[in-house]
Design a protein around this ligand. Sequence first.
Ligand code: ATP
Ligand code: MG
Length: 379
Amino acid sequence: MNKTFDKRSFVFGVAVDDYNFTDREQETRQLCHNFESGINTILISPRRWGKTSLVKKASKFMDSESVMMVHMDMFPCKTEYDFYNAFSAAVLTQTASRKELWMENARDFVSRLVPKISISPEPNSDISLSLGITPATHSPEEILNLPEHIARQKGKRIVVCLDEFQQIGEFTDTLTIQKRLRTVWQHQQLTSYCLFGSKKHLMTSLFGMRSKPFYQFGQMMFLGKIPVQAWTEYIQSHFEERDRHIPAEVVAELCDLVEQQSSYVQQLAAILLSMLSEGETATKEHLRTAFQSLLDTCTPLFKQQIATLTGYQMNFLRSILAGHHSDFGERAVRDEFDLGSPSNIPRLKDALLERDLIEQDGRSVFLADPVFARWFRAL
Ligand SMILES: Nc1ncnc2c1ncn2[C@@H]1O[C@H](COP(=O)(O)OP(=O)(O)OP(=O)(O)O)[C@@H](O)[C@H]1O
Ligand SMILES: [Mg+2]
C-alpha cells in the first residue's frame, strides 16, 4: 500500500520540531528548569548540531501564564542600535497578545517613536515592527530594562533568547557594550537570558575569560551529539512509516560517515530514503551511493570555501587531516606540511576559525565539517 504523509520525512538546515525532533530530553529538562528558575544559560555547540531547535523545543514547554519567552536572532545586527531596535521590537511584540496590543505594555517607551508596524492578517503570525530607536530617543539602559519593566507590569518572568550572540563581538567598541549589557542585566529579577551561538571560539572567549564582562554570567551548556541509538529509532521509524526499511548497522554507518552531525544525518537519511522503492531495505551499497550524492551536492559550496584560501592555509588543513591538532609549533610538522614560521601558525588558525573551517577545543583544532573533511581528503 502506498501511504502518503503530510509530514516531511527528514528535515535539515532549519530548526526542527515535533515529528522531526529526536532525543535531547535531558538538555530540554535542564533548559526548562533554567527558564523557570530565572537562571541565565549560555548554550554552545558547533554549527548545525541543534541549538536553535533545542531552545525552541524547551520554550514550548513553558506555561505562558508564568513565563514569557522572547526569541531573537542577532545575526543581522551590525551595530549597537541595530541590536537595540531588534531587541525592543522582539520584546514588545512577543510579550503582548494580539488583543492587548504591544503598545499598552510600554506607552512611555513607545510614545517617543513613530513605529512602522505591519500585522499580517494570519492569526498568530508575527507582528513586524520597526521602531526607529536612536540614541536621541532612548538610552541603552532604558532599552535593556524594557523586558524587566514589562515583566513587573505583568507579574511574570521573561526569558530572552538571543541566537548567534557571538555577533556582539563584531560591534564597534564591543567591550563597552558588553559591560553595559552585563551591568543592566545582572540586576534584573524577573528577566533571564539564554544566549547561544555556534562560533565556539568566540562564545568561549566572551563567556569563559575572567577579563571579559560576561565572565560567569550564567550556566554554560555545551551541546553534545545526538547518540546513535536515538538516531536509529528515529530513522528506522521514519523509514518504516513509508514502507522502507533500514537495518541498525546501516544507520550506524550513516551516523559514522557524518560524525553524527545532526543536520547531515537528516540530509543523508533523506537522500537514502529517496533512493528506495516501496518495501525495499537500505544496504551499505545504497548508503555509499547516497553519500556520494551528498558530496556532489556540497561540492560547489566547498569549492567556494577553499577558493580564496592561501597555500599555507590549505597546508594547515592538510596537516589537521593527517592527525595534527596542536603540535604545529614543532619544526618537523611545519617543515613536513610547509606551514611557514612559528609566528605564522596563530594567523593561520585565526583565519580558518574565522571562516568556520576549523573548530577549537582547548589548544587543539579540528576540521569543523565532517563532510568537508572527507571531500578535502579526496582532493
Ligand atoms: N533534536 C534534533 N532531532 C533531529 N534533528 C535535529 C535535532 N536538532 C537538530 N537537528 C538537525 O540539525 C539541523 C540544524 O538544527 P538547528 O538549526 O537547530 O541547529 P543549530 O545548532 O542552531 O545550527 P546553526 O549553527 O546553523 O545555528 C536541523 O535542520 C535538523 O536537521
Ligand atoms: Mg541556530
